[in-house]
Design a protein around this ligand. Sequence first.
Ligand code: ADP
Length: 303
Amino acid sequence: MPDIVVIGSYVVSLTVRVPRKPVIGEALIGDLFDMGPGGKGTNQAIAAARLGARVNLVACLGDDSFAGEAEQLLECEGIATEHIHRIRDVNTGVGMVTLLPSGDNMIVGHLGANLLMRPHHVEAAEQLIAQCDVLMAPLEAPLETVARAFELGRKHGALTILNPAPGQPLDPNILANVDLLTPNESETRILLRLAPDDPTPTLDLTDRLLDLGVGTIIVTRGEKGAVIVTAAGTEEIPAVPVQALDVTGAGDSFNAAMAVALGRGEDIGSAVERANRAGAYTTTHLGVIDGLPTTAELETFTV
Ligand code: ADP
């Protein structure tokens, strides 16, 4: 059972389906409502726990009723919450999703307490980081906090996985402490300060990222699977062909499954194969948390 520490985040999504796009000033009543927990860090923590890892999440919640629900959910999923902090006078992270009948959506959000996660929050978890097999993080906490976590991960010899999502350019001093960087195709471009749809071939861009000091890059490519890039070359691992229903959270599922496999000592090729399988599983379910597989569900998943 590998030990995994996840750095940030918790966000609750409030989704309303409306018959059409609202216009400015209009109060449009919807026909469907869903409230669900998420945030990339929480998704990755829950996914890793369901796949058999011992998981600690370091994250900040606000001072509201969402925080209590978050704590209950994490406990229920078997995630250690001793480094979940409640911050006074601030809201828990929220995302408000307006869903159109076409399946397109519009989201406005506020990261709330996630933005107040400071380096001292990860320093308080140094003991755990020192004992873990894998330290992983998305980019939903302030960069100085993520940077400190990766410094500590490197100091103590953990395998460090950075999922640079949501995409943003990163300083080489953060990348230097990253063993595995896992951007999707648009994030690969954003990391290099290019437009998200820049036409340069992805594999030309990953060479530039290797030059910045990252050991291994795993680019996730949706229905095309993933490609492993190191200084020694590239290896494409095809996706599991599925009829995707909802691709939200596929990347979180992928990252968690890969982290668990690597934490168990599997080689990178088979870890990415397993991660492709987990990502594909997630796309066949509506909603993120409902689509994160347990080990048994992943084993019996057939396409
Ligand atoms: P993100 O969710 O971060 O944008 P991707 O869309 O690249 O990341 O998805 C992550 C992984 O999930 C992919 O590498 C792949 O393994 C799996 N996946 C995503 N979409 C599909 C799909 N349509 N069919 C099969 N697998 C998918």
